[in-house]
Ligand binder design. Sequence first.
Ligand code: NAD
Length: 316
Amino acid sequence: MWRIFVSDRIHEDGLARLRAAEDVAEVRMEPGLDPAALAQALAQGYHALIVRSRTKVTRDLLAAAPSLRVVGRAGVGVDNIDLDAAKARGVIVVNAPEATTDAVAEHTLALLFAVARHIPRADASMKAGRWEKKAFQGIELAGKTLGIIGVGRIGAAVARRARGLGMRVLGYDPYLDQATLAARGVEPVADLATLLARSDVVSVHVPLTPETRGLLDAQALAQLKPGAIVLSTARGGVVDEAALLAALDEGRVLGAGLDVFEHEPPGATRLVTHPRVVATPHIAAQTREAQARVARDIADEVLAALRGARLRWRVV
Ligand code: NAD
């Protein structure tokens, strides 16, 4: 009989699925524990741990949980889990990568429209009783070129939608061949420099890895078309924030839409408060539908892992 610990809050749909399983003895959800308290709890013989992005599944935490067989990430990014340590201990890691794709793609476009048409500032101005038509002249997206960096699930979902807006869509992903890129609806480009030089809007959809940290650094941002828009709903750290702020200040970057930050929460930094930045607090996947789906998916996948069944989304 399995014992399952949920250390970040997940939707009730997922908990119900776990509780309904005949081979599950206990489902305990306790969000917000500090690392020491979580280690102590897991040491009491839990077989599965379900996390979102807040819980850091470190080598030490895994060492403190000798009964643990599986870690489930309710979402996509697994940069909060020490995958090498999990592998070394024979702990399976699974995620729920499909559940949030549409939500993140839609939020990416929401940020793009918000930046292109100054929606947040225009709204704030009206709420202050003003009527400033001239101050908020925007740009159109139809006919513009969108460059997608990382043409995975979300990148492809953004590409599909952007084509519907009449945008030309380029894609850069060194792990995919040209045929796959074309099938995902992007025009392949040879390298990142080409994408940067040809795009009016650049959007990053790569995981955060040692290779992608600082992918859009000062050097890369200098290769952008003057007046380009930068979007990131991927992970803080993929875009170098200091370099982006400098590019905004110099007017080389017209605006930026950011859902993710190097340090979260970032506070009212110069980047967040910049008039040409639209910032949201890591909410791209926060839709009612996505959160229910993610909880159901991770519940099913964790149960499958415990039972030794075939896995859909095994990370390690
Ligand atoms: P995915 O694995 O389907 O796609 C990622 C793509 O990036 C892959 O095709 C991969 O080949 C490509 N890639 C890897 N390294 C690259 C590089 N150096 N240059 C260009 N491409 C590279 O993942 P996904 O479901 O599309 O999600 C992408 C990322 O979005 C996740 O890793 C996660 O960090 C982020 N995300 C954010 C939120 C949010 O709330 N803001 C929610 C979900 C996912």
